[in-house]
Design a protein around this ligand. Structure first.
Ligand SMILES: [Zn+2]
Length: 88
């Protein structure tokens, strides 16, 4: 009686994985994590369907501009307190 053991290729590193493997269909825990990471980043792209790469760059630039603006606004002018001298 011949037992046919099916095997698949690991989606991450393409190495052969047996069905008995605890990490099936991945060859190892590491490859499973890698694949999950791919899906996570893929989901992000799907949620923001920007097909034009230039548009994407514009969005990134706008985000950076906003960040620098808030950074300048949070810069406290009160740090250089001119009234402290007259107080003495
Ligand atoms: Zn693998």
């Amino acid at each position: 009686m011949k037992k046919k053991s099916r095997s698949l290729r690991c989606p991450s590193c393409r190495s052969l994985v047996l069905r008995e493997d605890p990490h099936f269909p991945f060859c190892s825990e590491r490859c499973r994590t890698i694949d999950l990471g791919k899906w996570a980043s893929g989901g992000y792209v799907i949620s923001t369907p920007i097909t034009d790469p230039e548009e994407l760059m514009d969005a990134e630039a706008a985000q950076r501009q906003q960040q620098s603006q808030t950074g300048a606004a949070s810069n406290p002018d009160a740090a250089t307190a001119p009234h402290d001298k007259s107080r003495r």
